[in-house]
Design a protein around this ligand. Sequence first.
Ligand SMILES: NC(=O)c1ccc[n+]([C@@H]2O[C@H](COP(=O)([O-])OP(=O)(O)OC[C@H]3O[C@@H](n4cnc5c(N)ncnc54)[C@H](OP(=O)(O)O)[C@@H]3O)[C@@H](O)[C@H]2O)c1
Length: 202
Amino acid sequence: METSEIEFPRLELMVATDLKLGIGKENKMAWHLPTEFSYYRRMTSCADGSEKVHASIFATKTWQSIPPEMKPWGNTICFILSRSMTEDDVRNYRDVYVHSSLEEIIAHMRETDMRKRIDRVWMHGGGFGYKEALLSKHFYRLYHTKIDAEFACDVFFPRYDECQLQIVHDPDVPQGTQLDHGISYQIHVYESTGVCPLLDAP
Ligand SMILES: NC(=O)c1ccc[n+]([C@@H]2O[C@H](COP(=O)([O-])OP(=O)(O)OC[C@H]3O[C@@H](n4cnc5c(N)ncnc54)[C@H](OP(=O)(O)O)[C@@H]3O)[C@@H](O)[C@H]2O)c1
């Protein structure tokens, strides 16, 4: 399948992992890399008053790990993937919605009024959210920050086969090796080839 054939919403995953694909510990990030965090925030947020905005998808624990002052995320329309949360849990926020499956979130985004407002769609994780997105026919891109170090993580990004993806160039992404607090990392951008890249697919 050509990427042009991927229907709206095109899911773009944003993740940073250590050498063992670790993504977090005790429901927090396992590292402190301010330059990587600002890149993540810049890519996924929208300017105030933008005509079209990004949508953000978070699975329950990732949503809960965001500090209250950063919610909802960066002027985006937020969708939470959760079976335990309800609309009541987010009633203090504008444009935050809860659904119990990715299919329901996609159906909501495709409603005419919602679709008109949405530009890009970011999957923010965590482990469960990423896996769902990689399995979806709406999976479009993976923005993978590969950190050249190991941390004590208790949650991991799903293993995937890079050969099933195409490397693409995005000029908005810092190029080459980046150094932050003595730790180096590189950002790789991959695009779907229409084949599910998961190595441990159910
Ligand atoms: N390094 C990075 O780029 C990055 C990015 C994001 C997150 N993180 C880190 O990742 C960690 C959080 O990730 P996580 O994998 O633990 O949790 P998660 O994927 O954020 O959330 C998991 C939750 O998803 C919900 N869910 C909804 N439908 C489900 C279904 N059908 N089956 C199973 N679960 C379902 C469940 O909550 P319900 O009971 O509500 O259904 C489950 O507890 C934190 O440490 C965070 O800091 C790191």
